[in-house]
Structure formats: structure tokens, C-alpha cells
Design a protein around this ligand. Structure first.
Ligand SMILES: [Zn+2]
Length: 441
């Protein structure tokens, strides 16, 4: 059901970086006013959101948020929706990236289009229920195992996007594994997928036999179709792995600043400080954005270390201070690359705060930006944020202070997107109230 008018009082907006409360108004799915209040507003006309069932919420125009936090819908800038929930079928005994890739490859021919599609739908809806409005998913397309196997994932992904389109937006970046032995097949396949509505070019050049040739190939493809590029970069503990150096050269030469993203950048944290600083400055200059995937890299990296085990998480603070736009994202969910996760970006924010030592009071907003406005910029989402004129896409969380978001990971969330309330889960902190799982309207 579409909500035509909406007015909410006593709203906390942490991204505004002030302790004031706000009154926000929307009409036809767009913000019309975001006004700072003088103090708390008392009103008997505005109903407390906590007291409403999901059905009641859908028909209520005047709401009292009683100081609860509202954030723009999260943007999860790096996921693998097609692999989500595959863990029962693909294990990873060593916990390394290479075993995860190998084991997934061995089983992937057995995954039908329907199985992959259903996994994408489930993971996308789970993410949306925790407050995400936009998801960017990389896709596994092992062309060397056969064109049909690779195309299955593309078709599943496009079908899944149709199915969840009323709840959440998805962008797809297939991971084209470049191997000179399969260049012709790969190029034909890539052309076809980009014509089918795939959003951009992905890959993992540090795993390729020739990273530089791979990056050059990916760039020619992106430029030919005028698409953004998003490469898995240097997901390795080895400080000498630095494909980001070459990637930045291509971005700069091709004028691709602002349309190029590098995920992981683990080796950046392993290398000597001066060299890391040089590369960070080069990224800022070329306009390459970064995405950190703390859950997965804490799990996969440092597996050869004993004693002081490396965390594998990139230099989040230095990238931020160096002027590189950086987001934190989910990466894998319940698969051989990462056995946990549920598409909840707040959980990822908590891990970022731990892993990147971003837990001072003033750091919390930095982390919240890494889940919202930063990934919105990186993924090219236009008109983003709680401001008059923008689409009203937001999540209300049962917390009154920004620190409480990470202290409590509130279960009670109310999600509004696409001109309607899409999910509401209402759970008291002590589990005494029934949970209301909203179904698509
Ligand atoms: Zn990834």
C-alpha cells in the first residue's frame, strides 16, 4: 500500500551531527520538509511508532518517533548474493580464500538457475528487512567451466531483481575471471551480459595469471559500454600484492575517477607505512573509491599467521583521512567465504568500529557514513539522504543515541522505501513483545 502523506515528529538524525530533534514530512514517497525542532514536541495526534502493528503503521499519517534514530536506507556496496546461504553445500576447512574459491567452483555446476535465484531473493529481502535500500552484488561467472554455467547466474540474478524490485534496488557486477586462454569466450560472454542489463564490470585481477592484462581488458570493456568498474583488489596478506597501483594508472588515464571502486585492499594494511601512504594518495588523486569488508577479511585473512595474527582489514582511517571515499559492506553471507552474516549493515558497522579502531564518540558518525552516504556516492545513487526533494527511503531504529546503535544492534526497525513501509520488526529488548515480520505490501 502506498503511503501518500507522512509526518513524523521527534526524529533523531545522527548524520546531521547535532543533538536536536527534527520534524520530517514526506508526500508521495518524497521528502517535502526536514525541520529542526526547538525541543520535544508533545502531541496526542501523532501515534508512537512502537505501539503500532505493521498494518496500522501502513495507514497512519502522523507518527511520533519519540527520539528514535532515523537513517537514510543503507547502501550495501559489495555483496555476493548469488553465493549466499550455500554453506551447507560448500564448506571451507582451512578458512582461506583459495579453498573457498576452489570448493565453490567444484560445486557450482550443480546449482540450478532456480536455486541461485532463490538465494538472491532471500539474501536481498533479508538485507532490506534490516534497512538496506540499495545493494551492489558481484556475481560468480566461471566462463571457463562453460558458458551455460556462467549464464545461469546472470539469468537468475536478473529474474531475482525483478522479483524484489518493489522492496530494494540491486546493481550487478559480474566477476570476469580473466585468463588469456579463454579471452575470446570471456569477451563474448561479457558483451552479452552487459547488453542484458548488467550494471558494471567486476573482477579480481590479483588472482589472474597476468593482473595488468586483466585490468586493461576490464577497462576496455567498461569504456566500450560506458559502465562503472568495481574490482576486487589485493585481497591478500602479501604486502607485495599491489594491483591497485596499476588500477589507479588506468583510472587516471581513462578519466574514470568517481566511477571506479576497489574492494578489500587487504595487502595495504600488511605493507610498510610509507608505501601504503603513497598508494592511498594515488587512489585519492585518481578518484578510486574503497570498500572494506571487515567480516569476511577477519575470517579469511591471516590464516598463515601464528601468534600476532593479522586482521586483514584495510587501512580504514588512513583512507578516510587521505580523502578516499570508503564504504563498509557485507561481502559474503553464510557461504564458504564467510559462515556468518545476515545482510545487516549495522552488524558490519560494529565490526568496522572494532577492526578499524573507530569507536570514539566522534568516530561513530564516520562509521555510519560508511554505511549510508559514502556507499551511495560510490555506487552512483542520486538524490540520496533525508533532505527535501529526495526520495523518502529510510530506516527507523530503536535507539536514541548513535552509540546505542552499536551497543544494542536494535532488533526493532521500521523500513520505508519505494513510497511504502516495506518491513517492520518490533521486538522489545527483553523479547516480551511479539515480532512482526512485515511481508511485501
Ligand atoms: Zn567480494
Amino acid at each position: 500500500m502506498q503511503t501518500e502523506m507522512l509526518e513524523m515528529i521527534n526524529v533523531k538524525l545522527p548524520l546531521e551531527q547535532c543533538s536536536d530533534l527534527f520534524t520530517v514530512k514526506a508526500r508521495g514517497g518524497r521528502w517535502t520538509a526536514v525541520d529542526r525542532q526547538e525541543g520535544v514536541i508533545f502531541s496526542s495526534e501523532h501515534l508512537p511508532i512502537q505501539a503500532l502493528s505493521f498494518d496500522e503503521l501502513k495507514t497512519t499519517v502522523l507518527l511520533n518517533l519519540e527520539g528514535k534514530v532515523m537513517l537514510p536506507g543503507f547502501v550495501d556496496a559489495h555483496m555476493h548474493l548469488d553465493k549466499a546461504y550455500s554453506l551447507p553445500f560448500v564448506r571451507n576447512k582451512s578458512g582461506t580464500l583459495l579453498e573457498a574459491i576452489e570448493n565453490y567452483r567444484a560445486v557450482s555446476p550443480a546449482f540450478t538457475k532456480e536455486i541461485i535465484r532463490d538465494r538472491i531473493v532471500k539474501a536481498a529481502l533479508s538485507s532490506a528487512s534490516f534497512g538496506s535500500a540499495v545493494l551492489r552484488s558481484h556475481l560468480d561467472v566461471p566462463v571457463h567451466l562453460g558458458r551455460d554455467i556462467a549464464m545461469r547466474t546472470i539469468e537468475a540474478a536478473l529474474e531475482a531483481r525483478e522479483m524484489v524490485g518493489g522492496m530494494v534496488d540491486i546493481q550487478y557486477f559480474p566477476m570476469f575471471f580473466y585468463d588469456p586462454a579463454y579471452e575470446r569466450e570471456l569477451t563474448e560472454f561479457a558483451f552479452e551480459t552487459l547488453l542484458m542489463g548488467i550494471d558494471g564490470v567486476g573482477g579480481a585481477p590479483h588472482l589472474s595469471p597476468n593482473p595488468e592484462t586483466n585490468i586493461g581488458w576490464a577497462f576496455r570493456l567498461a569504456q566500450r559500454f560506458d559502465k562503472p568498474i568495481d574490482l576486487h583488489s589485493d585481497e591478500s596478506d602479501n604486502p607485495d600484492t599491489k594491483t591497485i597501483d596499476i588500477y589507479c594508472d588506468y583510472v587516471k588515464a581513462g578519466g574514470y575517477g568517481g566511477r571506479a571502486t576497489a574492494g578489500h585492499l587487504c595487502s595495504l594494511s600488511a605493507m610498510e607505512h610509507g608505501e601504503a601512504e603513497r598508494l592511498i594518495a594515488k587512489m585519492a588523486d585518481a578518484g578510486v573509491a574503497a570498500v572494506t569488508l571487515p567480516a569476511v577479511n577477519l575470517y579469511l585473512q591471516g590464516r598463515g599467521d601464528r601468534g600476532n595474527v593479522r586482521r586483514g582489514v584495510t587501512r580504514v582511517r588512513e583512507l578516510t583521512e587521505g580523502g578516499v571515499p570508503i564504504a563498509a559492506a557485507s561481502d559474503n553471507i553464510q557461504d564458504p567465504f564467510h559462515p556468518f552474516g545476515r545482510g545487516d549493515l549495522l552488524q558490519i558497522g560494529l565490526m568496522t568500529a572494532y577492526a578499524a579502531h573507530l569507536a570514539k564518540e566522534e568516530d561513530i558518525v564516520t562509521v555510519l557514513r560508511m554505511l549510508t552516504s559514502n556507499p551511495a556516492t560510490i555506487t552512483g545513487v542520486k538524490q540520496y539522504g533525508i533532505a527535501a526533494g529526495n526520495p523518502a527511503s529510510f530506516v527507523v531504529l530503536d535507539a536514541r543515541l548513535e552509540e546505542e546503535l552499536f551497543q544494542e544492534l536494535p532488533s526493532s526497525r521500521w523500513v520505508y522505501n519505494k513510497s511504502k513501509w516495506t518491513f517492520a520488526s518490533k521486538l522489545s529488548r527483553f523479547g516480551l513483545e511479539p515480532s512482526l515480520s512485515g511481508s511485501p505490501a
